[in-house]
Design a protein around this ligand. Sequence first.
Ligand SMILES: Nc1ncnc2c1ncn2[C@@H]1O[C@H](COP(=O)(O)OP(=O)(O)O)[C@@H](O)[C@H]1O
Ligand SMILES: [Mg+2]
Length: 248
Amino acid sequence: MFREGSANASTLKAWGLSRSFGSGDMLTVALNEVGLELKAGQLVLLMGPSGSGKSTLLAVLSGLMKPDAGKVTALGQDLWGMTETQREAFRLKNFGFIFQGYNLFPALTARQQLEMILRWGNGARAREATERADAMLALLGLSKKAGLRPAQLSGGEKQRVAIGRALIKEPTFCFADEPTAALDWKHGEQVVELLRAAAHDAGATILIVAHDARLIPFADRVLHLEDGVIAEGAERPMALYGGSHASV
Ligand SMILES: Nc1ncnc2c1ncn2[C@@H]1O[C@H](COP(=O)(O)OP(=O)(O)O)[C@@H](O)[C@H]1O
Ligand SMILES: [Mg+2]
């Protein structure tokens, strides 16, 4: 059930992406002419030390932060050539996001956070939305927490709700920034397995930004970002982060 093209079709391409912050003595070059290509059906892990530009790159690739220079195409469309309204509609239709910090609605229960995506985003009926929300919560080990609001959930539980919210609409792309950072490894592994299934079974294009070396064995490809420049290959990060069994 590939949504666009076939497995291994290029779904996202970037050329010459640059982004700086500040000016003069305070200038930080977060991205320096970064290029990459992502394919449907693959989980790509983007690693790099803190401050290396990972979150900036994710934001630029996913249409959230305009680059100073460069181009991004998603499904062949020029993301930064669209109007803001077009880009928002494109993101709503095609992108799922998992952020650090969850971005859950304080007034809604875990079940309602997921139902809302299906009711508003996909136009699902109430009953279908509830059934699918409950199925996703069960998959995330959150069935008993379905009726609780964010303030009543632990950090790890909130993170899992945020992940459920990103995946429930079966997006063509999923962008995740440190999705396992707040989780113990049992739940972290569940989450990365879910993301991997979205890529391998549903043909989604998944980009995970993280510095957690335990994710490396789950990735189809590992990219390494350092000082705003990208390099391919797991060898370096494996050494840098102390091997696949290192904890964060
Ligand atoms: N809004 C901002 N204003 C100023 N500097 C920023 C801003 N966002 C990021 N930076 C700087 O850009 C660099 C890359 O940041 P970031 O992309 O968040 O790195 P990472 O996610 O790899 O930790 C860092 O030096 C950071 O301080
Ligand atoms: Mg970051």
